[in-house]
Design a protein around this ligand. Structure first.
Ligand code: ASP
Length: 425
């Protein structure tokens, strides 16, 4: 069997949804689990709705209406018959969401729950809408499928917005519920990105988490392969937004892909690879815009194409320089305390370097950074530079370094045998 995932861009409007049957025809007589993201930029729109609701903004309902209208417009393009059951099913979901964002109507929301809890209960609707709609569309076009609420299959702890998967429970639930239906010849269609805790409350797996969902299903069901359908041709050696002469990577190892995701490549969710690597399940990234192209294959091969230099650019970086007020050395005790604070505020260090009396770290710009700096300032002098860029080159060459250094001011540089990182202005 195979697991295939369609990302937000591949279900962003009626035309892209109409492409899906054509893609499914490429897998005749194959058992398929189909995972869907929310349509287009729905998750971003739902995030704005969460903010509005949380801050009791008067325009909360407008955010809701926009999301509802966007989905209804696409539904009308796909289903001419106004009596089609898709309308009543979607309306039930709209009602449910509207109740949640209307103060006083849903007790769970008024009980002063955390922002992250509320976020997950609201944002999870994006995938519910998309799967309901596409499931009916595929049924009508001859691709009979069984729609599942994935929250009954993937269980996590209570870490809202970054759920940790309870693999034992998840494995049992998927095997008991999904395997018999696949054997009966029906496709499975379900949501990416969302899951639930033991109480049944929605818990999301982190932004862009649908790739990870595909990998969970593939790992539990021992899939032959996973195919992620995206709006990019595959993995590139740099983001075309940052670089003119980008090249496709046709083959790459699991390990190298994990490194790329760690350094900030956005094409793939970082948690996706490990479960696949453990079971040696190949992962393909393909473009729904040109389904005939080969795309990228991530598998056990040790080297990617001819060790092409791979470039990762991260904007909005801040470089902090931290030194003890008492001029003690920046050794284990100080570092222990500082790392503890970064962990507490959930701020990921993208690059670090220390000297005798100073410790420099490059981090993403984030709201919680201000609090962290305030806390650090109790014991340390903290200087910082904003609006910087962090450039990482894997498998660098002199030519590759010269190319990125040109016209840039370097604040910090660090290299190992395989990777160079530069913090630049
Ligand atoms: N819809 C979610 C997001 O935009 C998850 C995903 O698409 O992978 O982050």
């Amino acid at each position: 069997m195979k697991v295939i995932k369609f990302g937000g861009a591949s279900v962003k409007d009626a035309d892209t949804i109409k492409n899906i049957p054509g893609i499914l025809k490429n897998y005749p007589n194959e058992k398929l689990v189909i995972i869907l993201s929310a349509m287009g930029k729905t998750t971003n729109a739902l995030e704005l709705l969460v903010e509005a609701f949380y801050n009791s903004q008067p325009d909360t309902i407008d955010h809701f209406d926009q999301i509802k209208q966007y989905h209804l417009n696409i539904t009308k393009d796909l289903f001419e018959n106004p009596e089609h059951p898709v309308y009543s099913e979607l309306n039930l979901l709209f009602k449910e969401l509207e109740t949640k964002i209307t103060k006083g109507k849903d007790k769970a929301f008024d009980a002063n729950r955390s922002f992250n809890f509320i976020y997950d209960q609201i944002v999870s609707f994006g995938e519910m809408f998309s799967t309901k709609l596409v499931s009916y569309y595929l049924d009508d076009t001859g691709f009979s499928n069984n729609w599942f609420d994935v929250r009954k299959l993937i269980k996590t702890d209570n870490s809202f917005r970054e759920g940790k998967v309870d693999w034992k429970r998840t494995e049992n639930l998927i095997k008991n519920n999904v395997t018999p239906i696949l054997s009966s010849g029906k496709y499975i269609l379900t949501q990416g990105f969302i899951a639930s805790n033991l109480k049944g409350e929605s818990v999301t797996l982190g932004r862009e988490g649908s790739d990870f969902t595909a990998s969970i299903f593939a790992s539990v069901l021992d899939a032959d392969e996973v195919i992620l359908w995206k709006d990019v041709p595959g993995l590139m050696n740099a983001d075309p937004k940052d670089f003119k002469e980008t090249k496709m990577i046709n083959q790459i190892s699991y390990g190298e892909t994990i490194e790329l995701a760690f350094y900030g490549v956005k094409v793939i969710h970082p948690k996706t690879i490990k479960p696949l690597q453990n079971k040696k399940i190949p992962l393909k990234i393909k473009s729904f815009l040109s389904p005939g192209d080969i795309g990228s294959l991530i598998h056990t091969e040790t080297h990617h194409d001819s060790q092409l230099p791979l470039f990762i650019f991260k904007q909005d970086q801040i470089l902090l320089s931290i030194s003890p007020k008492d001029f003690s050395f920046m050794a284990e005790e100080n570092l222990h305390f500082i790392f503890g604070l970064f962990a507490q505020y959930k701020i990921k260090i993208n690059m670090m370097q220390n000297s005798a009396i100073s410790f420099s770290v490059c981090v993403d710009k984030k709201d919680s950074l201000e609090e962290l700096i305030k806390n650090l300032k109790k014991n340390y002098m903290v200087k910082y530079n904003e609006d910087l860029e962090l450039i990482t080159i894997r498998h660098y060459t002199k030519e590759a370094i010269d190319k990125v250094k040109k016209d840039r001011y370097i604040l910090l540089e660090q290299r190992s045998r395989s990777t160079i990182q530069l913090v630049v202005k």
